[in-house]
Design a protein around this ligand. Structure first.
Ligand code: TRP
Length: 336
């Protein structure tokens, strides 16, 4: 890993196995980037606690699950560094520092935080760690001096806030100690759940896991929403907002075939069953090899753990160096 390569940092909360929404939104980009970037993948177990403090066992057990997903899709530990957030003290140290460079009002205004607070039904009982996670995520990103962050669309406001914190730190330091970051959001946008709802999520029960069995994939595709007004095969059907077409757009590499299907569907005469057969085939082909690799790797969890350990050790020295540099640049007391 040469130091002239741009640095990428991204991460996932370890709350459950990853799904095809993660794949379309961000994992696919990470596969593409690992060859010509210095890429770090953070198993965000500490951030997972911000809304799972009462379920630490779940957060712990999903560390290996998410790591398995990474390796199964083709993340190569010789090209990407996989590391464990809770074992990187500099991230906590930087988080604490950054909390002084952000106001509670600004955190409360963050659209992602607002939406997530609503969705989780916290009411007035918002865990302080949850409200403050944008500052912690700024710490994650800047500790690695990342400039590129591949994330789902919902994370863009978090990155805007990261840049605000970076500008404040650089302002206070009187020099550019931290680089600003850009979000990389996938072109296909956010993948809806199989019920057409805006967000695919395991907890909403509308997801297809990367580790889904062939049957689970087929059942999900059968349940998938199409055009509710497309009752008879010969009727013209609607393509926009039709979940099956949204998925074909995201995963079918044969663009010409997708266009042909869209035309036939709009015209009438293409039934949902035939359409879904196509999507089922595409998803089986995508997930089959991932599932096989995952099964192989899950028989060698010592190897998976070793990958995380080595990555975490590498990340420890890097992030500690950034913390030292930032506190020095800000002019905090230093021992001679
Ligand atoms: N908040 C991200 C999510 O929920 C996970 C995450 C934690 C992350 N730390 C990060 C993403 C740093 C990008 C960079 O998906």
């Amino acid at each position: 890993m040469s130091h002239s390569m741009p640095v990428i940092l991204t991460g996932d909360r370890t709350t459950g196995p990853l799904h095809i929404g993660h794949y379309a939104g961000s994992l696919r980009n990470r596969l593409r980037f690992q060859h010509d970037h210095e890429q770090y993948l953070l198993l965000a177990d500490m951030q997972a606690l911000t809304d799972n403090a009462s379920n630490i066992a779940k957060v712990r057990s999903n560390v290996l699950e998410v790591a398995l997903d990474y390796l199964a899709i083709g993340i190569d530990p010789t090209q990407s560094t996989v590391c464990l957030q809770s074992q990187l003290p500099a991230l906590a140290e930087l988080s604490m520092l950054y909390l002084n460079f952000v106001t509670v009002a600004r955190l409360e205004r963050n659209p992602t935080i607002r939406e997530e607070i609503r969705a989780r039904g916290f009411g007035r009982d918002i865990p302080a760690g949850f409200l403050c996670y944008p500052a912690a995520q700024a710490a994650d990103i800047t500790a690695f001096k990342a400039t590129i962050v591949p994330v789902g669309e919902d994370q863009v406001p978090i990155l805007e806030q990261t840049n605000e914190i970076i500008r404040r730190i650089n302002g206070a330091a009187g020099k550019s100690v931290l680089p600003e970051v850009s979000a990389v959001v996938s072109k296909s946008g956010r993948l809806p759940g199989i019920n057409g709802k805006a967000k695919m999520s395991k907890s909403l029960g509308n997801a297809i896991a990367l580790s889904a069995s062939p049957d689970e994939i087929s059942v999900a595709v059968k349940q998938m929403f199409t055009d509710p007004n497309h009752l008879r095969i010969e009727d013209p059907g609607q393509v926009e907002g039709n979940t099956v077409f949204t998925y074909l757009d995201a995963f079918d590499e044969d663009r010409a075939e997708v266009e042909r299907l869209k035309m036939a569907y709009r015209k009438g005469g293409l039934g949902d069953v035939r359409l879904k057969r196509r999507l089922d085939e595409i998803l089986q082909n995508l997930l089959g090899p991932i599932r096989e690799r995952r099964a192989l790797l899950s028989r060698d969890l010592d190897y998976v753990e070793q990958v995380i350990l080595e990555g975490t050790e590498r990340a420890q020295s890097l992030t500690a160096a950034t913390y030292a540099e930032v506190t020095a640049a800000l002019g905090l007391f230093r021992f001679q």
